[in-house]
Design a protein around this ligand. Structure first.
Ligand SMILES: NC(=O)c1ccc[n+]([C@@H]2O[C@H](COP(=O)([O-])OP(=O)(O)OC[C@H]3O[C@@H](n4cnc5c(N)ncnc54)[C@H](OP(=O)(O)O)[C@@H]3O)[C@@H](O)[C@H]2O)c1
Length: 320
């Protein structure tokens, strides 16, 4: 597995990471046993970057990750996030950040969080106060690197002036290209980028079903990209990508992840799956080379992204 360096503070991770969210929520029933097997398979295959958050089950996902990686914790980078309230509001008050960090350390069973992200920008707390609090946590040895998620250029700049930001995590995939607008800022400041939902929440794998056919708790039932009208157009695009992939002896998931790796040395995708077999498929994308003809063909299929917004309007993050 190749490695990439995120930011200028020395954060080194595998070119493809692993997102643990789906083990606990959003995509149907959780499954700790399978999730644990998937995490351990990822480690066996050289994945060193594991992503969780307080939000993912209010500590439950962190506990699953902590137990799964206990035998090799020192070989990997663990990222977690603070900043949501239980009714999906935001809370980045310094006292709340400190409390969440202590809880996360306990849930994960570790002494230091390698990457600590603010999960969403909090409009009620100046970002300088957030960055200052993370700076203190770094000085105290509880955190190593600072990250932001779904933050805009002004927020990134202000935060970075107080505590260097090593990485921005935001949705990015063949379906979701908006964040490319921020790449010049990241480049200027020397900040790495983590692509979340790099498989378009599973759509760019060839396994999408129409909204309503998922488990009742599955967010994709309400996702605009799964709604009639958008769904068919997205399926058609993924079918075309799958044909292209098949011609290269690879899969559409691998093509989608390899494409992200071509977008810049600062980009690391963190696909999520509860399946050890799919972990192997996804991780192998790090070895897939796409040439100019492949990139042109991909561009011709999806020049600007998928059809439909990436979140329902009420949940759409706004960059500040
Ligand atoms: N910062 C944020 O606000 C934020 C938001 C969302 C996600 N994230 C992070 O990003 C990570 C990844 O994003 P994500 O889980 O939303 O989306 P994703 O990685 O784009 O897709 C995950 C979905 O794809 C399926 N899948 C994965 N690999 C597959 C393959 N090779 N073939 C077929 N299906 C496959 C998974 O199903 P199975 O489990 O059934 O395989 C799951 O339903 C999360 O785990 C989380 O850590 C962060």
């Amino acid at each position: 597995m190749q490695h990439r360096t995120l930011g200028r503070q020395g954060l080194e991770v595998s070119a493809i990471g692993y997102g643990a969210m789906g083990i606990s929520m959003f995509y149907g029933p959780g499954d700790e046993q399978q999730g644990t097997a998937a995490i351990r398979r990822a480690h066996d295959l050289g994945v060193t970057f594991f992503d969780t958050a307080e939000l993912y089950g209010w500590g439950e996902n962190e506990k699953v990750v902590g137990r799964a990686v206990a035998g090799f914790r020192d070989e990997i980078v663990i990222a977690t996030k603070f900043g949501f309230t239980r009714d999906y509001g935001t809370d980045s008050r310094p006292e709340h950040i400190r409390e969440v960090v202590d809880n996360s350390l306990h849930h994960l069973g570790i002494e230091t969080i390698d990457v600590l992200y603010q999960h969403r920008v909090d409009p009620d707390v100046p970002i300088e106060d957030v960055a200052g609090t993370v700076r203190e946590l770094i000085a105290a040895g509880k955190v190593k690197y600072f990250g932001l998620s779904e933050a805009g250029p002004q927020t990134i700049r202000k935060a970075h002036a107080v505590q260097p930001v090593s990485v921005l995590q935001t949705e990015y995939s063949l379906f979701e290209r908006d964040v490319e607008r921020l790449f010049p800022t990241l480049d200027e400041l020397g900040i790495g980028f983590v692509a979340y939902s790099p498989l378009g929440r599973g759509f760019i794998t060839g396994t999408a079903k129409p909204a309503g056919q998922y488990d009742p708790g599955d967010m994709r039932n309400a996702d605009p990209r799964w709604q009639p009208g958008n769904f068919e157009r997205n399926v058609q695009a993924v079918d075309q990508l799958a044909q292209l992939a098949a011609g290269k002896g690879t899969t559409v998931s691998q093509l989608a992840l390899a494409w992200l790796l071509t977008r810049g040395e600062h980009v690391v995708p963190i696909p999520g799956t509860r399946s050890p077999e799919r972990v192997a498929e996804n991780s192998a994308a790090a070895d897939l080379t796409l040439d100019e003809a492949d990139l042109t063909a991909i561009h011709d299929i999806l020049p600007t992204g998928g059809f439909g917004a990436r979140y329902a309007e009420s949940a759409m993050p706004s960059w500040k």
